[in-house]
Write a protein that binds this ligand. Structure first.
Ligand SMILES: C[S@@+](CC[C@H](N)C(=O)[O-])C[C@H]1O[C@@H](n2cnc3c(N)ncnc32)[C@H](O)[C@@H]1O
Length: 426
């Protein structure tokens, strides 16, 4: 029987390659801490190097043109990744676990247990040579049209299309998370040099699961933390977080504007439950409403002084944290997303108080998900761009009303955010 960490990784790979779905947040939640570390490392390697791993196997098959069932591909990817890149895993464990996985009725393909055994034993004869051969494979094997589009979109505004290889190399390294401390509970974190207030784990420190689970802090990407440091000197009375789960930015808004009445909308009931749990854990007072935001905004009610629209998006800026997007990104219906984003933005304009601030954000590099919506709103009479470039990041490289960090200089997620204010009625 394979260990829980290998079963969890194989299940995650089935989700991505079998069902074409994103991985759920905290996909490793049920694993003990020691197992979760190995599982995350292994899953990251399999996802980042999936194309290379499969290409390595194919020429060794008698009938490569027939390909392999997914269960066999997964067992081989797990075995090869451990042999090549996880020297702490013994040959015995790497091979036997993978063979056992191949024999798993739901996750593997039992008729290929012998094949998996033979291919992995051959690879295990020289682990160094295996790693060298895999590392010498062309980067293109691990890319898809979605990746190519994301890289170009990230670099084009900076006139740096020549830097696609450099950016891809960064995206292929596992990210080190950033944290926000919510109280004084001790935790061995160090200030992140990129942004005042952002924190990082010292190298080799254990992931602070208990500290997070007890609500003393949260993981939040640097770009999201920077967004919440936007320059605005008003104290809003009513704030709406229109797309709120799992509540990272709701928490940030509550901390920044403690006196304001905060409403958090979320369309998916399960995600809304998660939002409520997170807010309760962090002692954030907010009214959580389960509703489709555009409908809810258009259904009438009082205006808000500040609306944050952290819109659903392709996530193209999160490839480093979510390597599975490489393989499912081409299946994302971008036209539908664009339409949803525009609809949400239009609905939000109907509920902003005169003089209020409307912030739109996406963790995507694609212009169609950010810049294009900004250009659209700029053409609507009565709306004016407002500063959003985060205080503490130094001078903005472009308009202060557009937060689009340079991907070659900024280690946070790919991000586009813009702000508009509504002119008071004449
Ligand atoms: C980018 S995530 C928000 C992340 C969140 N702001 C945070 O910082 O933790 C977008 C969220 O909006 C929700 N959502 C998507 N479409 C929505 C809609 N039409 N109305 C309300 N919520 C929506 C998604 O379920 C998802 O939880």
């Amino acid at each position: 029987m394979p260990t829980p960490s290998r079963i969890a990784v194989a299940g995650a790979l089935q989700t991505v390659f079998g069902e074409g779905e994103r991985l759920p947040e905290a996909w490793d939640r049920d694993l003990p801490p020691g197992d979760a570390g190995l599982a995350n490392a292994l899953l990251g390697l399999c996802l980042r190097r999936w194309g290379t791993l499969q290409a390595h196997v194919l020429p060794q098959l008698q009938r490569p043109e027939r390909g392999l069932p997914l269960g066999t591909q997964i067992a081989l990817a797990l075995g090869l990744a451990q042999l090549a890149w996880l020297p702490g895993v013994s040959v015995h464990a790497a091979v036997n676990e993978a063979v056992a996985l191949a024999g798993h009725r739901d996750l593997g393909f039992p008729p290929h247990q012998g094949l998996v055994n033979a291919l992995l034993r051959r690879a295990a004869k020289d682990r160094t040579a295996l790693a060298a051969a895999l590392d010498a494979a062309p980067a293109a094997l691990d890319q898809t049209p979605f990746v190519a589009r994301a890289l170009k979109a990230a670099l084009w505004p900076w006139g740096r299309l020549d830097a696609q290889d450099a950016l891809w190399r960064r995206l292929q390294t596992p990210p080190r998370p950033w944290f926000v401390a919510l109280d004084d509970a001790p935790m061995d974190l160090e200030p992140a040099p990129e942004l005042p207030g952002a924190l990082r784990l010292p190298p080799d420190a254990d992931f602070p699961r208990t500290w997070l689970a007890e609500g003393h802090g949260m993981v939040q990407d640097l770009s999201s933390q920077a967004l919440l440091a936007f320059a605005w000197d008003r104290q809003p009375a009513r704030i709406l977080d229109a797309c709120a789960a799992p509540g990272g930015k709701t928490t940030g808004l509550a901390r920044r504007f403690p006196g304001a009445a905060l409403t958090a909308l979320e369309v998916h009931p399960a995600r809304a439950r998660r939002l409520e749990e997170n807010l309760a854990l962090r002692k954030v007072a907010a009214e959580v409403v389960v509703a489709e935001a555009a409908d809810w905004l258009r259904s009438g009610g009082p205006a808000f002084d500040l609306i944050l629209l952290d819109a659903p998006c392709s996530g193209s800026g999160t490839l480093q944290k979510h390597p599975e997007l490489t393989w499912i990104g081409d299946g994302i219906d971008r036209a539908r997303l664009r339409a949803v984003q525009r609809d949400l933005l239009e609905a939000a304009t109907q509920r902003l108080a005169p003089g209020g601030l409307l912030i739109y954000a996406v963790c995507s590099w694609l212009s169609e998900e950010g810049q294009d919506h900004r250009d659209w709103l700029a053409g609507i009479p009565g709306w004016a761009p407002a500063a959003i470039w985060p205080e503490g990041l130094g001078p903005a490289p472009g308009p202060v009303s557009f937060f689009r960090p340079d991907p070659l200089a900024w280690p946070g997620e790919g991000f586009q955010a813009f702000a508009f204010t509504r002119h008071p009625e004449p």
